[in-house]
Write a protein that binds this ligand. Structure first.
Ligand code: NI
Length: 133
């Protein structure tokens, strides 16, 4: 089995806020992140599979790129993650929740091989990884 990665970037705004909690509690939990701000995210989609003899590929990265673009990037790039994205409605857009949400959007769309992992970096120091477990 070989693991192959496609890396993408996008920019989006968000605030960390739980509408079910008081302003006081939101401030306490999320502090500055409760204010609207933006990140330059790095998304890594890792697919695992056997190399196909005919092509030498596990998955054609051009096809994978197009799937990621259509499924994720077109919906989130330069958007406000709290309000603008259909599949993020009702989700606090932390890096953890975004990672799981992106997995759920992509998991059944990979044509060859299978989705192994989604990694999402929000800052140089903060990133999440999800493997569907
Ligand atoms: Ni943030």
């Amino acid at each position: 089995m070989v693991y192959i990665t496609r890396r993408e970037t996008f920019s989006a705004s968000h605030r960390l806020f739980n509408p079910e909690l008081s302003d006081y509690r939101n401030d306490e939990l999320f502090d500055k992140c409760n204010n609207i701000h933006g990140h330059n995210y790095i998304l890594e989609v890792i697919v695992v599979g056997n190399i196909i003899l005919e092509t030498g590929y596990v998955v054609d990265l051009k096809i994978l790129k197009n799937i990621i673009s259509k499924t994720i990037l077109e919906k989130v790039d330069h958007k406000h993650l709290n309000t603008d994205v259909d599949f993020l409605q009702g989700i606090i857009p932390t890096v953890e929740n975004l990672c799981v949400a992106f997995w759920n959007q992509l998991v059944n769309k990979i044509p060859a091989g299978k989705l192994f992992s989604i990694k999402l970096s929000e800052t140089e120091n903060n990133f999440a990884e999800y493997r569907g477990e």
